[in-house]
Design a protein around this ligand. Structure first.
Ligand SMILES: *Cc1c(COP(=O)(O)O)cnc(C)c1O
Length: 431
């Protein structure tokens, strides 16, 4: 075995991995058509035909509905906006608790704060990194009004059990499917598994339009409320004849015609991208299996993984080497790898210091909130263990990456794994 790059040897790979670029000629043509039309957005923030946006925005929404087999799709300018309008549509407000995941992008939790409600963190499952239904049950109090679930890294959440819990306790469930293109549960697409699903079209996602997002729901009332919050609800409700004006403070969260035109083209590619990602991930998983202390991504029965991220678990108690040192050695071999994903959300200053709205600690200290919520380190031990000790993230499962590229990843894992005795100062065991 050649010596580890970390110790001065030649790296497995000297060239960077291909960059992901899902944009092609059809997107360029679509943008030009919008430019030539001269109409880059056709929204009006009043009750009028233009309340629903221009032709490309509406075309995208009808295509999204057909693709995901769901009654309503409502486009927005990001998934962050989508999560805000989704939580607002459910009617959650001051004094309410919403159960959330600590292991996700920050917006899947901040959307709860946006309505002066209280995020309550449940823990995740150690195999899929999605919310653990048992932990959700434990987090329920008389104040719980909703749950925000996340299909993290592209693995669908435990939808069946979570929706059953929600039904039992009369809770609304928002599904953050920003990472879950191509994923499904019982052949139902991720994003359609809860009351409202939210997709992202941001540059870093499987498909993108630069920035953008789409909410989906089968519920007519929720769809209307999402459309209202997206577009200046407060001035629209009177003329539209809307009775329920709870949380009808509107924003401008509208998508433009250019983004919609790009997104229409991107949507056509989702199936092909999903098949490619699944093939690549399956190949890599087969080859990584058997390396001591490395557990490739788990796909639960009845689930299909979207592989937005390819995440392995590292067991230092089996290898005798810290994850940090292992990842450092992988990177030295030319393989991009991340230690953990994002810091558990409750460790962010907004939760630790309980400063959100104003200086006095609303919503946490709001007089309408009769509960008390705990954000101490240690509240979600599985999440903390995954983040601090076990998770290694790779973002290399996408169009443009070949099996030869994946072979380099495997070679690097094997090489570093074989070099562990040297790295751990146990060289006498031979490598
Ligand atoms: C990217 C992402 C978001 C936010 O998406 P934007 O479109 O950038 O606002 C929300 N949740 C998750 C899980 C994400 O990965």
């Amino acid at each position: 075995m050649t010596s580890l790059a970390l110790l001065g040897g030649d790296p497995v790979r000297g060239t960077p991995f291909p960059r992901y670029n899902p944009i092609g000629e059809s997107e360029k043509r679509a943008v030009l058509e919008v430019m030539e039309s001269g109409v880059l957005s056709e929204y009006l923030g009043t009750w009028s035909p233009e309340f629903y946006g221009g032709p490309r925005v509406q075309k995208l929404e009808r295509e999204w509905e057909a693709f995901f087999g769901i009654k309503h799709a409502v486009s927005v300018n990001s998934a962050t906006s989508g999560l805000v309008v989704a939580v607002g549509a459910t009617g959650v407000g001051p004094g309410d608790e919403v159960i959330v995941s600590p292991y996700t992008m920050s917006a899947s939790v901040a959307c709860v704060l946006a309505y002066n409600a209280i995020p309550v963190f449940a823990d995740i499952l150690p195999d899929t990194f999605c919310l653990d239904p048992v932990s959700i049950r434990r987090a329920i109090t008389p104040r719980t009004r909703g749950i925000v679930v996340v299909d993290l890294f592209g693995h669908p959440c435990e939808a069946e059990e979570i929706m059953a819990i929600a039904k039992e306790h009369n809770l609304r469930v928002v599904e953050d499917a920003a990472q879950a293109y191509g994923a499904s549960y019982d052949n139902r697409p991720a994003g359609t598994l809860a009351d409202i699903g939210v997709f992202s079209l941001n540059y870093h996602k499987t498909i993108h339009s630069g920035e953008g997002g789409v909410c989906v729901t089968k519920n007519d009332d929720l769809a209307e409320r999402i459309q209202l919050i997206r577009n200046h609800a407060e001035v629209v409700v009177k003329n539209k004849g809307v009775q329920n004006i709870v949380s009808m403070i509107g924003f401008n969260l509208r998508m433009g015609e250019i983004e919609a035109a790009i997104a229409s083209e991107q949507l056509k590619k989702v199936c092909a991208f999903a098949v490619e990602r699944n093939d690549l991930a399956t190949y890599l998983t087969e080859r990584l299996r058997g390396i001591p202390g490395i557990t490739p991504p788990v796909v639960r029965a009845r689930a299909r993984h979207g592989y937005y991220g390819y995440v392995v678990r590292y067991d230092a108690s089996r290898t005798g080497l810290s994850r940090g040192r292992f990842v450092e050695a992988l990177r030295a071999e030319g393989i991009p790898a991340g230690e953990g994903y994002v810091e558990p959300i409750y460790l962010q200053p907004v939760y630790q210091q309980r400063i959100a709205y104003g200086a006095v600690g609303c919503p946490f200290t709001c007089p309408y909130y009769g509960g008390s919520v705990d954000y101490k380190k240690g509240i979600c031990p599985v999440t903390e263990r995954m983040h601090e000790q076990e998770v290694i993230t790779h973002a290399l499962i996408y169009r443009g990456v070949s099996r030869n590229d994946l072979d380099d990843i495997v070679r690097a894992y094997e090489k570093v794994s074989g070099g562990i005795p040297v790295l751990a100062g146990r060289a006498h065991e031979r490598s």
